[in-house]
Write a protein that binds this ligand. Structure first.
Ligand SMILES: Cc1cc2nc3c(=O)[nH]c(=O)nc-3n(C[C@H](O)[C@H](O)[C@H](O)COP(=O)(O)O)c2cc1C
Length: 173
């Protein structure tokens, strides 16, 4: 699978087969994440891997009851460590770079999951406080994304994309 094929054929998967995902595959996906670019190579992400059905149910509640979340075999909670991101870059590190680091790692993991035949969805709509409490995050960790992961049980039609001409501005806006 070449890079553009992986990028363009990846879809958000919200229906999973009732099958376990073995740890080796999860680690392969996370391995994809660690090769993401990050500001100053600080790699300011932390990941909490959740398999426990009770915790998944509560994460689903914290994510406004989108029930595919509790049905996913795995949820990765991708967080930014604001102490790390803020250490060198201060406010900009905390408010921007750390979140970008975590987002880059998340996108790499979505692509890696797709490349090895798994499905994933980036979930950003959740109550941060509830999620943080549930998985015991210290105050300096901010949850940025829930990534649901499993064997796909759907093949969604690609949602439309904007035409390049619509947003590409040459030289000046
Ligand atoms: C920052 C971000 C937040 C998102 N939040 C959610 C979410 O809360 N729930 C959800 O079902 N999908 C969520 N998505 C997935 C998008 O809906 C999806 O990527 C978009 O519709 C394009 O579809 P595709 O991923 O299949 O290409 C999110 C994606 C991103 C990048």
């Amino acid at each position: 699978m070449d890079v553009f094929e992986a990028i363009s054929q990846r879809r958000s998967i919200r229906k999973f087969k009732d099958e376990d995902v073995d740890d080796a595959m999860i680690l392969q996906i996370i391995q994809g994440g660690i090769w993401a670019p990050s500001a100053g190579n600080l790699q300011s992400w932390e990941i909490v891997l959740v398999k426990n059905p009770e915790t998944k149910k509560k994460l689903c509640e914290a994510a406004y009851l989108r029930d595919f979340i509790s049905k996913a075999p795995i949820i990765l909670v991708v967080c930014v460590n604001q102490n790390v991101s803020g250490d060198i870059y201060n406010k900009r590190g905390v408010e921007l770079y750390g979140i970008q680091d975590a987002a880059c790692a998340t996108q790499n993991m979505l692509l890696m999951a797709h490349a090895i035949g798994l499905g994933a969805c980036w979930v950003g709509a959740f109550n941060e406080e509830l999620v943080s409490d549930l998985i015991d995050l210290p105050h300096y960790l901010r949850p940025v994304a829930l990534v649901t992961l499993g064997v796909p049980d759907e093949k969604p039609y690609p949602p439309p994309r904007r035409d390049i001409d619509e947003f590409l501005h040459r030289e000046k806006y």
